[in-house]
Design a binder for this molecule. Structure first.
Ligand code: V47
Length: 353
């Protein structure tokens, strides 16, 4: 059957069909993705008022694409104390933040309690704040470093107040590309296993894909299908976030970068392939705000949030170190023809602007 008809009939696409979507012209692909998006959400575009905190850049692992961890290219090591983290949280809550998105490097110096104690103290002081923390890569690191099991770390996270897991550390699941990008870090099967265990505890998470470096289109489709398979089993993913590779200050040798068209196609294809993941997030930090706003017409229904400060992608060149002013964000979504909806971390609607 014709591929376009198959998408319109809501039939599930195979690896080969997913790859073939890239051969469609941009407008056809955008129209197909927008049809799906509009049926689900109309013109609504979701965002939240959040704060990203990256409490340490000291890392035991080496990922070629990373400009954030302390290394030859970034010799300025830092690790925040719990008091420093708490004072950031306090200030952000005063400014209206409802979610703390906390992602660290893999710091071998300060013990599990440095990670868990921070969450516990935040929750003790701010019980209503949503703590989204600990990528599968951090969890895997803690198990390796301290001889714990995944179950033990996941249970500790729940006991200490982590509400949901971010989607980081997924990179690209293809084993050969992964070996080249980030050998020694959590494997693809382990990443999937950790999210499965988290979902089995009744908890929700997100999933990312880092693209636009050395991977092929086929690797992206393979990545999406592995996520789709897990989602069939657990239903625990809220959002899929294609992260566009940022090129500065890192050790990955990339000669060709994706065009705006290729990035938009990837958003649209995510919407089509991931028929069971509700939200596609155009993370403005890596897409740039202008392309993220256009991505709303190519299947994306979520733009992440105001962020306030961000250290991982801004270290690699993204213009996100100071987040986004709320009024500007809302105005930009409106001016682009969409309806800004403030959501909580689990996509309950809080306010229509
Ligand atoms: O996993 C590292 C990525 C991720 C670069 O769950 C880079 O809602 C681009 O996971 N260029 C961490 N990306 C951030 C993350 C995230 C972000 C926003 C929302 C959510 C969510 C999760 O940052 C890492 C890695 O893939 N990253 N270096 C770079 N040079």
């Amino acid at each position: 059957m014709d591929l376009i008809q198959k998408v319109r009939n809501k039939e599930r696409l195979t690896q080969e069909e997913g790859e073939a979507l890239y051969d469609l012209d941009l407008y056809t692909l955008g129209e197909l993705a927008d049809e799906i998006r509009r049926k689900k959400y109309g013109k609504k575009s979701y965002f939240n008022i959040n704060r990203h905190i990256n409490p340490t850049n000291v890392c035991a692992d080496i990922c070629k694409f990373c400009a954030y961890s302390a290394s030859r290219k970034n010799p300025n090591q830092y690790t925040m104390s719990h008091d420093e983290i708490l004072s950031i949280v306090e200030n952000s809550v005063k400014n209206g933040a409802k979610e703390m998105h906390i992602v660290s490097a893999h710091n071998p110096n300060d013990g599990v309690e440095w990670y868990m104690g921070a969450f516990r103290k935040i929750k003790e002081q701010f019980p209503d704040l949503h703590v989204k923390a600990m990528t599968a890569a951090e969890i895997d690191f803690l198990t390796r470093q301290y001889g714990l099991s995944y179950d033990e770390v996941l249970d500790m996270m729940i006991e200490n107040g982590v509400d949901s897991m971010p989607g980081g550390g997924a990179e690209i699941f293809d084993e050969d590309v992964r070996e080249y990008l980030c050998k020694g870090k959590v494997t693809s099967d382990q990443w999937i296993e950790i999210h499965k265990k988290w979902h089995e505890r009744g908890k929700e998470s997100n999933a990312t894909m880092l693209f636009g470096h050395v991977e092929t289109r086929a690797h992206r489709i393979d990545h999406m299908i592995r996520l789709r398979n897990l989602q069939d089993q657990t239903g625990g993913f809220n959002a899929f976030i294609p992260l566009v590779y940022q090129r500065d200050n890192n050790f990955l040798k990339v000669t060709e970068f994706p065009s705006g068209q290729e990035i938009l196609k990837t958003y649209a294809i995510s919407r089509i392939m991931l028929d069971n993941i509700p939200h596609i997030k155009a993370y403005w930090v890596t897409a740039s705000i202008n392309l993220a706003l256009i991505a709303q017409e190519f299947g994306a229904d979520d733009l992440d949030g105001t962020i306030e400060k961000e250290s991982i992608q801004s270290a690699a060149g993204a213009k996100s170190s100071h987040g986004m002013d709320l009024d500007d964000f809302v105005a930009m979504i409106k001016n682009s023809g969409f309806e800004p909806i403030e959501r909580d971390s689990l996509y309950n609607e809080l306010r229509t602007y």
